[in-house]
Design a protein around this ligand. Structure first.
Ligand code: GRF
Length: 221
């Protein structure tokens, strides 16, 4: 089925662009009903306008987290999106927001991309922290969002090696290329097959430790 998406951004928007471009090239069967930013100066908003995609922004300054989220929800509720996609959205979403997107199978219909192999290096500086730590292999993660930061069922990961002469910039740019490739592919997979993820290993419940959990059959919504 064709996915109806809202994309939340805070800055540059290169992942948002990769998604819009994949839709334009019919590699992704989806439509973006709204690009929202908490930053009215986000370059992503102009890019989205260039793809004739509706945009909105509400700065978070001066609002409580819940009041700001409520403003976003007021914009999103009438749209009836299948998934909210976080593409460099630098605000933590509380359960007030997430519960509006609860799927009957228990997960939230909110997807994030993170620039490390989670659970390593969560937080706002995934590339920097992985690079400065000196990892030999890093990667990117696309996951369903839960109440914890950069946490929730993993949908896909891709690894890349750190080269001996890598600078932080070359390391980041190799990762970003993978982000742009993987994000539209994962969304297309959801549009074709619904949401699939491996359940996290749950100590004391061994039958979960290797089982493939599938959820949201028939489109993931
Ligand atoms: C990406 O590295 C993404 O993984 C992280 O924030 C960055 C956003 O970049 N969550 P862009 O705005 O998509 O260019």
């Amino acid at each position: 089925m064709s996915l109806k998406l809202a994309i939340l951004v805070s800055g540059r928007g290169s992942n948002m662009t990769a998604i819009l471009q994949a839709i334009a090239e019919q590699r992704l069967d989806a439509e973006v009903s709204l690009v929202f930013s908490n930053n009215s100066d986000a370059p992503a908003l102009d890019t989205a306008r260039g793809y004739a995609t509706p945009v909105a922004s509400v700065p978070h300054r001066g609002l409580t987290r819940e009041a700001h989220e409520e403003k976003i929800l007021e914009l999103l509720r009438p749209l009836g999106v299948d998934f909210v996609v976080l593409a460099g959205y630098m605000r933590i979403l509380s359960s007030h927001f997430l519960r509006e997107f609860k799927h009957p199978d228990g997960y939230y219909r909110v997807i994030n991309i993170h620039p490390s192999l989670l659970p390593a290096f969560p937080g706002a500086h995934g590339y920097e922290e992985a690079f400065n730590y000196g990892v030999r292999v890093s990667g990117i993660t696309i996951h369903l969002v839960d109440e914890r930061v950069d946490h929730g069922p993993i949908l896909a990961q891709m690894a890349f090696g750190r080269l001996p002469d890598d600078t932080l910039e070359s390391f980041k740019s190799r990762g970003l290329k993978l982000e742009h490739k993987l994000f539209p592919e994962v969304l297309q997979n959801i549009s074709r097959n619904g949401v699939h993820f491996f359940e996290r290993i749950n100590p004391g419940n061994e039958q979960n430790s290797t089982g493939l959990a599938t959820a949201g059959k028939g489109g993931g919504t």
